[in-house]
Design a protein around this ligand. Structure first.
Ligand SMILES: [Mn+2]
Length: 357
């Protein structure tokens, strides 16, 4: 049996809302994931790419990663494939920072190529390892076929992304570990695992998403899977379901404050709060919403690292007017003027009477 601990997509250097604190968080999230993985005593620790958010990581991030892998020691086989974020645009693969880490002897990767195949020894058990770094989809199909041959050894495939149907993946692999998408997936029938990112990178795509450490105990007869939830080190609070259709600015403001009041936050944890507001409002209302006041209120009540209001509302050119008796012209004029607050109703009603007479 060989035990694989699988993590992915750490995006070191990324910072949601340009918050410098998130760069530190990303490192802490990776450290947390690695520590969690090591507690499972894996033979192989694999990171399926996008270790960095950019192909030119900061010295801080690069030295952090080198220290992290160095401290794991040589008892664990450490593997990193190169993700699309690790590689400079245009596939100039040789410039990836992953190559530096590999050249330092800290991890195995795909060198200056887009793939690699080698055999390692895990407690006397021979394990064939096949790697595919980020490359063009056609090239991935080609590499898959090339690496697919039968082996009596345990045979593993790690790729940043496999843009093919699962039925097209050759059955000769005993476990297929992938990354790229930041949400957890485990298909035990096809033995495909994707842990999701170690941190929240893009909250719009990862809201309510699960990220997990995948531990696979692999034998030729079949695999056993264990997963453990990987929460971001930072608290993210999503306030959703606010529909402000037909409301005025004061009502909207009151609703937002009420939802802030109901949030359970530990003040010393400095969470990131994201409030999504949807519905249909008119231009006038949009301009009158006291956003600064609401943000200030949120800051006071929750002491967040950052509070963001995401306006998902549609702005209507004109406000919908409700007329209780549309055939009653006089009443309709009054109601119209009341709802639009355009002019003094008396004037127009007087004018109407003059016309009718
Ligand atoms: Mn990614």
């Amino acid at each position: 049996m060989v035990r694989v601990a699988h993590i992915s997509d750490s995006h070191l250097g990324s910072a949601v809302f340009q918050l410098a604190e998130r760069k530190k968080d990303a490192r802490a999230c990776l450290k947390k994931a690695v520590d969690m993985a090591l507690r499972k005593s894996p033979d192989i620790l694999v990171h399926t790419g996008d270790l960095f958010d950019r192909p030119d990581p900061s010295n801080e991030d690069l030295s952090f990663v080198m220290e992290l892998f160095r401290d794991i020691g040589d008892d664990v086989c450490k593997i990193v494939v190169q993700g699309n974020h690790d590689i400079p645009y245009g596939y100039r693969r040789q410039l990836s920072p992953i190559l530096s880490i590999e050249n330092a002897g800290l991890v195995r990767s795909t060198t200056t190529e887009d793939h690699a195949s080698f055999t390692v020894d895990c407690d006397g058990e021979k394990v064939d390892i096949n790697l595919i770094s980020w490359t063009r989809p056609r090239r991935i199909r080609h590499l898959l076929t090339k690496q697919a041959g039968y082996s009596s050894n345990i045979k593993l495939l790690f790729a940043h992304d496999l843009p093919v149907d699962k039925q097209e993946i050759p059955a000769s692999f005993d476990y297929i570990g992938i990354g790229h998408s930041h949400n957890f997936l485990l298909d035990e029938e096809y033995d495909i695992g994707r842990p999701g990112s170690t941190a929240i990178i893009d909250w719009k795509k990862e809201q309510g998403a699960h990220k997990k450490l995948i531990v696979a105990e692999i034998t030729k007869e079949g695999n056993e899977y264990f997963t453990e939830t990987l929460n971001d080190v930072r608290d993210f609070k999503f306030i959703t379901g606010l529909d402000v259709t037909g409301m005025g600015p004061e009502e909207i403001s009151a609703l937002m404050k009420e939802r802030i009041d109901h949030l359970s936050v530990k003040k010393n944890k400095k969470p990131i709060i994201i409030m999504e507001v949807k519905g249909a409002i008119d231009t006038e209302t949009e301009q009158s919403i006291g956003r600064a006041e609401i943000l200030e209120y949120g800051d006071r009540v929750c002491n967040p690292l950052f509070f963001h209001v995401e306006p998902r509302w549609d702005v209507l050119g004109a406000r919908r007017i409700t007329l209780s008796e549309p055939l009653n012209a006089e009443k309709s004029i009054v109601e119209y003027l009341e709802q639009t607050q355009e002019e003094d109703p008396e004037d127009l009603v007087g004018l109407y009477h003059d016309i009718v007479r």
